[in-house]
Design a protein around this ligand. Structure first.
Ligand SMILES: OB(O)c1ccc2cc[nH]c2c1
Length: 243
């Protein structure tokens, strides 16, 4: 997978070259290129924003600069790309989104700042039949799209074959089966008077699996009843329903 990020703060994306993601890049599983939007400005001030039509607070990012930047970055590689625009007004980015994007050959992230990017940039890309997703990572507002890109890139890349040491980890993630993950424990057996649940030390794999499923159902019911309600009809078996 190739990942391009266009931003006025390239340094914000430095963490993508650390740790697991850095190793994925080093292993050739991911190609990452970060581009400074100001490279496509033509004025001495390298202006990327202007006042909003209709008035209102803040500034809007200029379509000319973004249009030239996206055209140039898309042309760097012949692989088909999905353009991703982080925005608080976007569709929710979920584990399902991350899973779906693992099938993309290329992702091009457009990081807005200020009050966002002139809408015509997205409209122009869509009318050229380029796939564009405007996505939100949650119901809160950041200062720009860069942090959202860090979140989304990590969520996607960790799912790529060969990135995680143990692929089973991704299959047992929270949300991977529609439920939140239950509690996890490691040594010591007793810590500050708190013992590891006995079933986890029983060696009875069937009982352990049932206990873990019950804890996941319990936690999901307590913290995210919306996820439970959204489960497909056949997602819960009789033992689940008995819980
Ligand atoms: O909260 B966010 O995901 C987000 C994304 C993009 C921009 C651009 C300016 N503020 C933003 C916030």
């Amino acid at each position: 997978m190739r990942i391009d990020v266009i931003t006025i703060f390239p340094g914000y994306l430095a963490p993508l070259r650390e740790a697991l993601l850095g190793r994925a890049i080093g292993a050739g599983l991911v190609d990452l290129a970060v581009h400074d939007l100001r490279s496509w400005t033509r004025d001495v001030h390298q202006a990327v924003d202007d006042s909003p039509y209709g008035g209102g607070p803040g500034m809007v990012m200029r379509p000319q600069v973004w249009g030239e930047a996206l055209d140039a970055v898309l042309a760097l590689d012949e692989r088909p790309a999905r353009i991703v625009v982080p925005t608080p007004a976007g569709r929710p980015f979920t584990q399902a989104t991350a899973q779906a994007w693992t099938g993309e050959e290329r992702l091009v992230f457009a990081c807005g700042r200020y009050e966002g990017i002139d809408q015509r940039v997205v409209d122009d890309a869509r009318r050229r039949d380029l796939p564009v997703d405007e996505v939100s990572i949650g119901d809160y507002v950041l200062v720009g799209g860069e942090v959202a890109v860090l979140v989304m890139v990590e969520a996607v890349v960790r799912l790529l074959p060969g990135v995680l040491g143990n692929p089973a980890s991704a299959q047992q993630d929270s949300f991977s089966d529609g439920l939140l993950e239950g509690p996890a424990y490691t040594r010591p057996e007793v810590w500050r008077g708190l013992a590891v649940p006995e079933v986890l030390r029983s060696g009875n794999h069937a009982k352990i699996a049932r206990w873990r499923r019950d804890r996941a159902l319990e936690r999901t019911a307590q913290r995210r009843p919306d996820l439970l309600a959204a489960l497909p009809e056949d997602a819960l078996d009789d033992a689940d329903r008995a819980f």
